[in-house]
Design a protein around this ligand. Structure first.
Ligand code: SF4
Length: 503
C-alpha cells in the first residue's frame, strides 16, 4: 500500500454504508417484463391495462408504423370534427369537476389599481410567472414534491421582479433537491432578461421562446394558461392520451412522431378556453390515463378512445400497448472520489466532535453538470480506481487547490467511508467517499493565503452545512460521513498527535 502525504492511521472497521451500497448495487436483476400485449377480459373494462397471460406476439393490427398497406402513416392521423367537439366538451366538463386544487392554479384576488386593463395585465403576469415556475419545477419531478418547493419559492420571490434581483446562489439553495439545476439558472436568467427588457412578461409563444430555458412546451403552457393564446402543449401525459385516443403505437420519442402529436394537440385545443383545455388533457394523463393502470371505466373520453375500442375487440391488445415503449439510452458509467475535509480548530482541536470544526466546500465551474453548485472536494477518476489511486488523485487536488500537505497540516483521521451510485439522467456516477480530519499548523496563514485564486471555496461549520441548499448527491455524501462517524469514530477518536506523516 502506498503512503500519502496526508496519511493518518486507518481504522479497522467494516463500513456499513459500503456494505449497504454494495448489496444494493449487486441485487439480482429483476425478471424482464413481458410485452404489454396482453389479453383483455371483455367483462373487466374498468381496468383494461391489467396484465394477463400473453397469447400472441403480433403488434396491434393495422396500427404500427412501418406495417404494410392498411397501416396509416403517422402524418395521416387527425381528428374528425365530431371527435374534436366531443373531446373538447367532455374533457372541459370533467376538468371543471375533477381538476386538482394546486397552488399554481389559484387565481388572484380582485385588482386594486382602479384601472380594469391594468388589473387584468397584472393578474395575467402574476399567473404567467406562477405557471412558468411550476412548469419548470414539474419537469422530472412529482406534483406532490413540487407543491412544497413552489410555495416556498413564491413566499421568497412572489413576483418576477423579486426573482430577478435574487442571486444564483440563493436560487440554487432554494432549488436544492429538485435536481437538473440548469432549470433554476434559466429561471433566474429568464426573469432578469424580461425585467431588463422593460416590456413586461412576453405574451405569445413566439416571444416566450426567446427566453433562455423556455421551450415549446413551457411556452405553450404559459401562453395558453396565462394569456389565453390558442396554442397546444405536448408533454408525456398528453402524448400518452393522444396515442391511445388515436391508437398510435409509433415510438413517441421519434421526431416525426413528436411533430404529429403537436399537430393532433393543436387540432383539439379549445379556442375559448385553451389554457383549461390544455390542463385538462395533461390532468387526464396524470390522474386517469396513467401508464400502467388507466381508469378507462371512468374516463370522460372513452367513447372516442380507439385503443379502448380495439382492446375490446381484440383480446390480445390492451390500451397500455399505446404508445410503444421507446428503447432507453444506456447510461454512461463514471467514477469520482470525494474527500470530506474536516478541519478541527480552537483549543479542543484534537477532539473529532469539536464544535469549532468545519468543512471545505468547493464551487463547481459555471458551465457543465451542476454548474455553480457547492460540493466537497472531488476528482473524476478514469475508472474504478483502488483506494491508493483515489487518495493519490485527491492529494494532488488538495495540494494544488489549497496547498494542503504535511508541512501545513496534521492529519488526525483519514478513512474510506464507502461508495454509492448516484444517477443523473444520462450518467451512473459511482462516488467513493473518504473522510479526512485534520488540524492546521497555522490557521491564520491558511485562511489568508489561499485566496481563492484558482477556484472558489469556503469553509463552513456543520450547522451552516446542514442548512445550506446542497444537491442531493452532496447531501448523500455528508449523510454517509455523519453515519460513519457515529458508528465508527468512537473507536478511533483518541488524539493522534503522533501520527506519522510522509515528509
Ligand atoms: S383515453 Fe381514456 S379510455 Fe382511452 S386509454 Fe386513456 S383512460 Fe382509457
Amino acid at each position: 500500500m502506498k503512503s500519502h502525504f496526508l496519511s493518518a492511521p486507518r481504522i479497522a472497521f467494516q463500513s456499513q454504508f459500503n456494505n449497504h451500497a454494495t448489496m444494493k448495487n449487486n441485487k439480482p436483476s429483476q425478471p424482464k417484463k413481458k410485452s404489454a400485449r396482453m389479453k383483455v377480459n371483455a367483462s373487466d373494462n374498468d381496468s383494461p391495462g391489467k396484465k394477463r397471460p400473453r397469447r400472441e406476439r403480433n403488434p396491434p393490427k393495422a396500427l404500427t408504423l412501418g406495417q404494410e398497406s392498411e397501416a396509416p402513416d403517422i402524418e395521416d392521423f387527425s381528428f374528425t370534427r365530431e371527435e374534436v367537439s366531443g373531446v373538447r366538451a367532455s374533457l372541459l366538463e370533467w376538468y371543471d369537476l375533477n381538476g386538482r386544487d394546486l397552488p399554481w392554479r389559484t387565481r388572484g384576488s380582485e385588482g386594486n389599481t382602479g384601472n380594469a386593463q391594468e388589473d387584468k395585465d397584472e393578474e395575467e403576469d402574476r399567473r404567467a410567472y406562477g405557471v412558468w415556475v411550476s412548469e419548470v419545477m414539474l419537469q422530472q419531478t412529482r406534483v406532490q414534491t413540487v407543491i412544497d418547493y413552489y410555495n416556498r419559492w413564491m413566499l421568497k420571490w412572489p413576483s418576477l421582479h423579486h426573482l430577478a434581483s435574487a442571486s444564483l446562489e440563493e436560487v440554487n439553495e432554494m432549488w436544492a433537491g429538485l435536481g437538473y439545476y440548469r432549470r433554476a439558472r434559466f429561471l433566474l436568467e429568464g426573469a432578469q432578461m424580461i425585467v431588463a427588457g422593460g416590456e413586461g412578461f412576453p405574451r405569445t409563444v413566439g416571444a416566450l421562446r426567446k427566453i433562455p430555458g423556455i421551450g415549446d412546451y413551457t411556452a405553450g403552457a404559459i401562453a395558453s394558461i396565462a394569456f389565453n393564446e390558442v396554442v397546444p402543449v405536448v408533454d408525456g401525459n398528453v402524448v400518452r392520451v393522444l396515442a391511445r385516443l388515436k391508437a398510435i403505437s409509433a415510438n413517441p420519442k421519434d421526431s416525426a412522431t413528436v411533430k404529429s402529436f403537436w399537430k393532433l394537440a393543436a387540432q383539439l385545443v379549445d379556442p375559448d378556453r385553451p389554457g383549461d383545455f390544455n390542463q385538462s388533457l395533461m390532468e387526464l394523463g396524470a390522474t386517469a390515463c396513467t401508464p400502467l393502470n388507466p381508469s378507462c371505466f371512468s374516463c370522460p373520453i372513452s367513447i372516442q378512445c380507439q385503443a379502448l375500442s380495439i382492446s375490446r375487440k381484440d383480446e390480445s391488445v390492451t390500451v397500455t400497448d399505446y404508445p410503444s415503449k421507446g428503447v432507453k439510452t444506456k447510461q454512461r458509467e463514471e467514477f469520482s472520489a470525494v474527500c470530506v475535509v474536516q478541519i478541527l480548530r480552537g483549543e479542543d482541536a484534537f477532539a473529532s466532535d469539536s464544535s469549532e470544526s468545519g468543512y471545505l466546500l468547493v464551487k463547481r465551474p459555471d458551465e457543465g453538470l451542476l454548474a455553480g453548485l457547492w460540493e466537497f472536494p472531488s476528482v473524476m477518476l478514469k475508472d474504478e480506481a483502488d483506494s491508493d489511486a483515489r487518495r493519490e488523485a485527491i492529494d494532488h487536488f488538495l495540494e494544488q487547490s489549497f496547498g494542503l500537505n504535511s508541512t501545513i497540516c496534521i492529519p488526525i483521521t483519514r478513512e474510506d467511508v464507502g461508495d454509492f451510485v448516484h444517477i443523473f439522467s444520462h450518467i451512473r456516477l459511482r462516488i467513493f467517499v473518504e473522510l479526512l480530519v485534520l488540524r492546521l499548523k497555522d490557521e491564520t496563514s491558511f485562511f489568508r493565503k489561499h485566496g481563492k485564486k484558482t477556484l472558489t471555496w469556503k469553509y463552513v461549520d456543520s450547522e451552516a452545512l446542514s442548512s445550506l441548499g446542497l444537491t442531493s448527491g452532496v447531501r448523500k455524501v455528508y449523510a454517509a460521513v455523519e453515519k460513519f462517524k457515529k458508528n465508527s469514530l468512537p473507536k478511533c477518536s483518541q488524539p493522534r498527535r503522533r501520527s506519522r506523516l510522509k515528509q
